[in-house]
Design a binder for this molecule. Structure first.
Ligand code: GLA
Length: 390
């Protein structure tokens, strides 16, 4: 956060004065395993990153909301009336904070004044590392502190997801907002998305590093394909429920899917359900293996997760597959796509003493296969959303 002073200077330049400002931060996340299981009542195993969104904010004396993002400076200051918040395409990125403010108002957390807010994000946008959840959580935590709502962090997480579902219109599960809100330094968190019970698992690897690789393939159309996958799973669940007493696909074990697949009419829906169920079981086994210190097994399950996302869930695509295959060829202990898919990033377990050669060789293989250059980041696991003392 050594850039905080830069952000404060920028705030002063844009909004006139930095008297009484406060600062908030919410991280992005990387999911280690448990993909497309959250909205299916299964488990996920993400961790928060040490990069994310910082918000510098100050209450106003009127009911205007004024937003500025250093990442979208060309959009200038976006101004909205607190009493007339509605989704507007032209407000672009500012729909995220607007959405959070809107759900807070509707949940009766009423703000008694407007705000000036400057945002700065150091996660690549649209790379599947939850830059949007991090803006939402930074906003939620900011409102909670500035207006002294006294809301528990888990409630802020739920409100942020609601904003994304209802205001933005992306029917995401709870994972991203949860990881950004509840993450813990040097830990991954196993979350049961049905009950919201969770446990932190230390994730400090002696000889291995976690490496995120960005395909730099933009995730065009990802939101509509995401919603389509959700609908396919919901249809499969409804058909299974005709004979089975279950609340979600997360209630099934792998054998059930084979046994009851005749209940699911459509072959595609069957494959989607198979992924949701097998991924949930892989996630639980993977966390078990990690707790036993069997990192090899954890890595193998990561790779199996990718295959299931490629073959059964069909959310990988040429670039993610090429980047994962390159990592496998360069002896990653485990490699898989992370996040929603259709582009974005992979996550890799790599021997620390081979890091440089891994990054170089995987980069070359990926470029040869796709013509694109990948970016690599060695992950540091950080804490969840919070106020930063100035
Ligand atoms: C996106 C969504 C999450 C989750 C993942 C896939 O990141 O926001 O809720 O469904 O995709 O695991």
């Amino acid at each position: 956060m050594e850039n905080l002073q830069k952000l404060i200077n920028q705030f002063k330049e844009i909004f006139g004065s930095d008297d009484g400002i406060r600062a908030f931060f919410a991280p992005g996340r990387v999911n280690l395993i448990g993909e497309h299981t959250d909205y299916n009542g299964g488990h996920v195993f993400p961790c928060a990153l040490d990069v994310g969104t910082t918000a510098i904010a100050k209450k106003r004396n009127d009911r205007k909301l004024r937003f500025y993002s250093m990442n979208f400076s060309e959009k200038g200051v976006i101004e909205v009336d607190l009493d007339g918040i509605e989704y507007k395409k032209s407000d672009d990125w500012a729909n995220y904070p607007k959405g959070v403010i809107d759900v807070f108002q509707k949940a009766n957390y009423k703000m008694d004044s407007g705000l000036d807010v400057l945002y700065f994000g150091d996660i690549p946008n649209g790379a599947g590392l939850s830059s949007s959840a991090s803006i939402e959580l930074a906003t939620g935590v900011m409102l909670n502190h500035l207006f002294e709502f006294n809301i528990e962090q888990i409630e802020i997480v739920k409100l942020a997801q609601k904003a994304e579902n209802e205001f933005i219109g992306v029917k995401c599960g709870i994972m991203d907002q949860f990881a950004s809100g509840m993450g813990k330094k040097d830990h991954a968190v196993l979350l049961d998305c049905q009950t919201l019970e969770y446990t932190y698992t230390p994730f400090q690897l002696e000889d291995y590093a976690l490496v995120i690789a960005n395909t730099n393939k933009s995730r065009g159309l990802a939101d509509s394909k995401y919603n389509e996958r959700r609908a396919e799973c919901e249809r499969a669940l409804e058909q299974l429920q005709k004979e089975l007493d279950i609340d979600s696909l997360g209630d099934l074990i792998v054998d059930d899917i084979e046994k009851y697949k005749y209940l699911i009419e459509n072959e595609t829906d069957r494959k989607r359900a198979k992924h949701a169920v097998s991924e949930n079981s892989r996630t639980l086994t993977a966390v078990d293996m990690l707790n036993k210190g069997d990192l090899d097994a954890f890595g193998r399950l990561m790779s199996a997760s990718h295959l299931s996302l490629r073959d059964d869930y069909e959310v990988t695509g040429k670039e993610l597959d090429a980047l994962v295959e390159a990592a496998w060829a360069e002896e990653a202990l485990g490699a898989r796509m992370t996040g929603a898919g259709f582009g974005g990033c992979t996550v890799n377990l790599v021997k620390k003493d081979r890091l440089d050669s891994f990054i170089e060789s995987v980069g070359k293989r990926y470029e040869a296969a796709t013509g694109l250059k990948a970016d690599f980041y060695v992950v540091k696991i950080g804490d969840g959303a919070r106020e930063i003392q100035l």
